[in-house]
Design a protein around this ligand. Structure first.
Ligand SMILES: *Cc1c(COP(=O)(O)O)cnc(C)c1O
Length: 401
């Protein structure tokens, strides 16, 4: 293979571009994870990570993929045969629901068209119908990375309250954490599942569970088998800054740097930046004469955009052209939409010129691959970036509350 000169554009919606500051932080020698220096790091991280979830409660950090943190959320709070309500919003909801089934839970999976998020009214009526309180948990993916759809967790929480249903609320925030406003405490989420490789700008390898008091209480009587994922052993060790087993020490160095960077930029500015890049991207897509997958503007994702290919054109062939010609990786269509959709990730360590380069790669790729489209999408996106350059501040954020 010949050397591809210049910087690779990693524009899949995670893993995202890892900034040099984080790479340098990770490159330090590994230390004794039972020693005093580690304890100091651990205590700092267990406290510091709370701000990202907007919680004052406990956040557990697993050496794992996001998938592991999904499993931890379920096995710590539920018992065999418990009924769980989930919604088919896309591939990640699909996978979480499959996992719940394998673990012996009784999942009611509400079918969806992959173009809409969860309807708060539908959630309310399903919970109202459950008069005996059989549903023990509701599981929702905040940002469906496969479809570019962001569920309105605040609205969904209100729907659960209207139904006066006691089910636990579990939310996958893997591709929304540190890129889309997420309010664990205010929305009274019971378990929030997170991962390191998206908004947190880290390599893959850390999974998170932010836990409410209610979830913690449920874990005392939950009977699903657990060992590696057991919260109790984690919490007992975390008190003094340690883990019950060897943690991903170098990724934790990276997490410390990530939290510093997010604090320097300010979370509200981070959210505003993502919202603005999402809008610029969708304007480009529309100007190309293409269609985004998400149909409800209230559910447009600030962190990833899924684009429908014109009939008769294969998204993966297009992506191959973009990779070969322009050294840029775009996200593939998953499962039901394989070959029909490509995805543009615009999250993590990212700025206007990186977005401009990304959209140029898509527009040129469409031409080189012979995909019918109108030119000028990039110009439309740049106009929007210029118009909003000065006001690109926190006032654009929190639209997703
Ligand atoms: C990336 C992603 C996952 C999967 O995380 P892994 O680290 O690959 O296990 C789950 N849910 C969402 C919404 C994601 O974007």
């Amino acid at each position: 293979m010949s050397y591809p000169s210049g910087r690779h554009f990693l524009q899949i919606p995670g893993p995202t571009n890892v900034p040099d500051r984080i790479l340098r932080a990770i490159a330090r020698p590994t230390i004794d994870h039972r020693g005093p220096e580690f304890a100091e790091l651990g205590l700092e991280l267990f406290e510091g990570i709370k701000e990202v979830f907007r919680t004052s409660g406990k956040v557990i950090i697993f050496p794992s993929s996001g998938t592991g943190a999904w499993e931890a959320a379920l096995v710590n709070t539920l018992s065999p045969g418990d009924k769980v309500l989930m919604f088919e919003t896309g591939q990640f909801a699909n996978l979480w629901h499959e996992m719940a089934g394998k673990l012996g839970l009784d999942v009611h999976f509400v079918p969806g068209d992959w173009r809409h998020g969860v309807d708060p009214d539908a959630l309310e009526s399903l919970l109202r119908e459950d008069r005996e309180g059989k549903i023990k948990a509701v599981g929702i993916v905040h940002n469906e990375t496969s479809t570019g759809i962001t569920n309105r967790i605040g609205e969904l929480r209100k729907a659960m309250d209207r139904a006066r249903h006691p089910a636990l609320l579990m939310v996958d925030s893997i591709s929304s954490l540190a890129s889309i406003p997420f309010l664990h405490d205010e929305w009274r989420v019971d378990v929030t599942v997170g991962g390191s490789q998206k908004g947190l700008m880290l390599p893959p390898g850390l999974g998170f569970n932010a836990i409410s008091e209610k979830a913690l209480a449920a874990s005392k009587s939950a009977r699903l088998a657990r060992s590696y994922w057991d919260w109790q052993a984690m919490l007992a060790n975390n008190k003094s800054g340690f883990f019950p087993y060897t943690p991903a020490t170098n990724l934790l160095y990276g997490l410390k740097e990530s939290l510093t960077m997010l604090r320097e930029e300010g979370l509200d500015n981070v959210f505003a930046r993502h919202a603005r890049h999402g809008e610029a991207t969708r304007r480009a897509v529309r100007a190309w004469g293409l269609e985004v997958v998400a149909l409800n503007p209230a559910e447009y994702s600030p962190s990833s955009t899924a684009v429908l290919m014109p009939q008769g054109y294969n998204a993966d062939e297009f992506r191959k052209v973009v990779l070969d010609q322009f050294n840029m990786a775009l996200g593939s269509g998953l499962n039901k939409v394989a070959g029909k959709v490509f995805r543009i990730g615009h999250l993590g360590d990212f700025n206007d010129l990186m977005l401009a380069g990304t959209l140029c790669g898509v527009e040129m790729g469409l031409a080189v691959a012979g995909v019918p489209h109108k030119t000028g999408g990039v110009a439309v996106a740049l106009d929007y970036l210029k118009e909003t350059a000065k006001e690109a501040r926190a006032d654009v954020a929190l639209q997703h509350a």
